[in-house]
Design a protein around this ligand. Structure first.
Ligand code: SAM
Length: 303
C-alpha cells in the first residue's frame, strides 16, 4: 500500500550554506513563507511523514534541513542566492567527517561540480587553502559558477589529473586533509538504478576500482597528510571495501578511523569502521565513506 512505499522515497535534503547565512536565519525565512518547522529528526520514520510545507533538522548533520521529496527549491531565492545548497545527506558526510580545521590546507582531489568543495570551505570558514582538482574542464566551469554563488573564496581550482599532481611539490607541503570522491559506477544513485537495471559489466567495475585505488594510494603520498576521506556513490564492494582493503595493505602506516558510532549502516565485514548509506536504512542515495588516518609514530622501547 501507500504507507509501505514511503520508505523507498528519498526526502529533499537542504544544506544551509554557513558562508552566507545561518541555520536560524534560514529557518526563520522559511517559516515566514509558510513552512512549518518540526524540530530535529528523532527516528527514521519521521522522514517518511514529511508532507507539504513541513520540515525538520537532520539527526546527524547540524546544518542540514529535510523536506518532503516533492519540495522543489530550484527557483527559490535562498537557492539562487547561494544561501542553501541542494545536496543529498549522504554526500554531505565526506566533508563533515573530514572536518578540516579553520585555516588548514586541504585537497579536494576530484572536485567538480563542487558541492563537497563548498561544504569544506564552509567548515574552514573560508580560511586556509583548498586545492581543488578535476580532469573535466566543462564540469570545472560549472563548479566555478557554483562556488561563486556559494561565496567560496579560499579555493584554488585546477584543471588537472590528480594522479599527476606532485605530492612533493612545496605548494602542498602543509596539506593535512584530503577528500577523495573519484569517478565511480554511480550504482548508488537511485534515479540511475532503474535505468541501469542490468548488472554492471565486470570489466568496467574492475577498471573503476583500479583507478580509485590508484587515487587513494596517491593521496597517501602527500608527506604531511593526516586524514583522507574516501567516498563513492557506488553500492559495489569492489569499489568500496575492496579498494580500502587493498590500499591498507599497500600502506601499513595508515589505519581506518571508526566513523559515527551511532550510524547503523556500516561497511561490509570486516570494514565496519566505514559507513554505508541507502534508501532503505538512511533515506539517502547509496553511498560509502571511509576515513584513513596516519598512524601515530611508534616511540622506541625504553630498554
Ligand atoms: N566531489 C564532487 C562533488 O561533490 O560535487 C563530485 C565528484 S565526481 C563523483 C568525480 C569527478 O572526478 C568527476 O568530476 C571527474 O571529472 C573527476 N575525475 C575523474 N578522473 C580524475 C582524475 N584523474 N583527476 C581529477 N579528477 C578526475
Amino acid at each position: 500500500g501507500f504507507q509501505q512505499t514511503q520508505g523507498n522515497i528519498i526526502p529533499r535534503f537542504v544544506r544551509v550554506n554557513t558562508l552566507k547565512t545561518t541555520l536560524d536565519d534560514v529557518i526563520d525565512y522559511l517559516k515566514r513563507e509558510g513552512f512549518s518547522y518540526q524540530g530535529t529528526t528523532m527516528r527514521l520514520e519521521d522522514l517518511d511523514h514529511l508532507s507539504g510545507k513541513t520540515f525538520l533538522c537532520d539527526l546527524h548533520l547540524k546544518d542540514l534541513l529535510v523536506f518532503s521529496s516533492k519540495t522543489d527549491f530550484h527557483n527559490h531565492f535562498l537557492y539562487k542566492a547561494g544561501h542553501i545548497i541542494l545536496q543529498d545527506k549522504a554526500s554531505c558526510l565526506p566533508a563533515f567527517l573530514l572536518n578540516p580545521p579553520v585555516g588548514s590546507h586541504v585537497i579536494d582531489a576530484c572536485a567538480a561540480p563542487g558541492n563537497k568543495t563548498s561544504h569544506l570551505a564552509a567548515i574552514m570558514k573560508n580560511k586556509g587553502k583548498l586545492f581543488a582538482f578535476d580532469l573535466d574542464a566543462k564540469r570545472l566551469s560549472t563548479m566555478s559558477t557554483l562556488l561563486l554563488r556559494a561565496g567560496v573564496t579560499c579555493h584554488q581550482l585546477a584543471n588537472q589529473d590528480f594522479l599527476k599532481v606532485d605530492p612533493l611539490s612545496s605548494e602542498y607541503k602543509e596539506v593535512k586533509y584530503i577528500l577523495l570522491d573519484p569517478s565511480c559506477s554511480g550504482s548508488g544513485m537511485v534515479c540511475l538504478r532503474d535505468e541501469v537495471s542490468e548488472p554492471q559489466e565486470d570489466g568496467r567495475l574492475q577498471a573503476l576500482a583500479a583507478f580509485q585505488l590508484h587515487c587513494l594510494n596517491h593521496a597517501l603520498q602527500f608527506p604531511q597528510v593526516q586524514r583522507v576521506v574516501y567516498s563513492t556513490c557506488s553500492i559495489h564492494t569492489q569499489e568500496n571495501e575492496e579498494v580500502v582493503s587493498a590500499c591498507l595493505q599497500h600502506n601499513p602506516g595508515f589505519r581506518l578511523v571508526n566513523l559515527l558510532p551511532n550510524w547503523h549502516e556500516r561497511g561490509h565485514n570486516p570494514f565496519t569502521q566505514c559507513l554505508r548509506a541507502s534508501t532503505e536504512k538512511t533515506r539517502t542515495h547509496g553511498f560509502f565513506v571511509a576515513m584513513l588516518e596516519r598512524r601515530p609514530l611508534q616511540t622506541e622501547g625504553q630498554n
